[in-house]
Ligand binder design. Structure first.
Ligand SMILES: [Zn+2]
Length: 299
């Protein structure tokens, strides 16, 4: 498994931020993106690492997974030091409990533990299904969660007119960062969880940069609150919102007059991967508000 340590990940994102480029959401995406690069020099600079988890082939005297990993380690491959040979289910459960907390101190991101049958001959007896071995199973650790108060819901209108509800939260510490905003996805998700301003809500950091609200602590709900009413009109231009059948998001159809859509298109046109014109959101805002530009051609 090829991995990017947090240290390399932070350096890479800091450099990207400086250049005004889109940040990687997590080390996994960054590692995958790096492997697609054509420049070997650039790949080397990004300081990836590689761990060996499985040994293919047969070596005389090596009849267990554990011995195989020891051998690979002696040969100089990177093998995780955090493996453990368990004799029974209790020892496995202890190991899982331990890493539930301790993984926060690892230099790499991890979301779980793989449990394997040690003996190669038992592995062969157990065999495979069409998709996966019968002698190994993955245990996923719960994503980190926090509870905080939902202060208000605001709506952002994007370049395409898509409306995204965003939660303003009482600041709370989650996975080492202070979180003040979280995604609420769309109207269906808000209705499904019956999320109301004033509620204590659970937030979770998945693979994304922005955490998401995943539920409500109902017993602590303040009295006299009402179900949340989703907006019917664009918060930016007042146009009646539309929602296509089967679409999760509401859209503002006022494509040519709705300010965030106009500004978003111009920013998109100027962005690094498009025309690569220097100048960001603030400049576009200035030129737009002074009525100097209204579409990319005005640049
Ligand atoms: Zn609008």
């Amino acid at each position: 498994e090829i991995i990017m340590p947090f240290s390399s990940f932070r350096e890479l994102n800091a450099a990207k931020e400086k250049n005004g480029e889109t940040l990687f959401a997590n080390p996994r995406n960054a590692a995958a993106g790096t492997l697609k690069l054509l420049s070997a020099d650039e790949v080397e600079r990004r300081a990836l690492d590689c761990y060996l988890y499985h040994f293919i082939g047969q070596v005389p005297g090596i009849d267990t997974h554990w011995k195989a990993l020891e051998m690979a380690s002696q040969w100089g491959f990177s093998v995780s030091d955090h493996r453990r040979l368990c004799q029974n289910t209790d020892q496995i459960m202890d190991f899982l409990d331990y890493w539930d907390q301790a993984r926060a101190d690892l230099p790499i991101a991890t979301d779980g533990v793989v449990i394997k049958v040690n003996s190669f001959s038992l592995q062969r007896t157990l065999g495979m299904t069409a998709k996966s071995p019968q002698w190994a199973t993955a245990y996923k650790i719960k994503a980190e969660q926090a509870v905080t108060r939902l202060l208000s819901v605001v709506f952002q209108v994007g370049r395409t007119g898509a409306v995204t509800p965003v939660a303003n939260l009482e600041p709370v510490l989650l996975s080492g960062t202070t979180v003040k905003r979280a995604s609420l996805h769309n109207a269906d998700q808000i209705a499904l969880h019956d999320i109301r301003p004033g509620d204590m809500v659970y937030i979770e950091k998945g693979g994304e940069i922005i955490p998401k609200v995943i539920g409500v602590d109902l017993p602590s709900r303040p009295q006299n609150t009402l179900p949340f009413q989703y907006i019917t009109h664009c918060p930016e231009c007042g146009t009646l919102l539309e929602r296509e059948p089967g679409e999760a998001k509401h859209f503002c159809p006022n494509r040519w007059e709705c300010p965030p859509q106009i500004k978003g298109r111009i920013e998109h046109f100027m962005s690094r991967k498009a025309m690569n014109i220097l100048g960001g959101e603030a400049l576009v805002e200035q030129l737009y508000s002074k009525n100097i530009i209204k579409d990319p051609a005005d640049l």
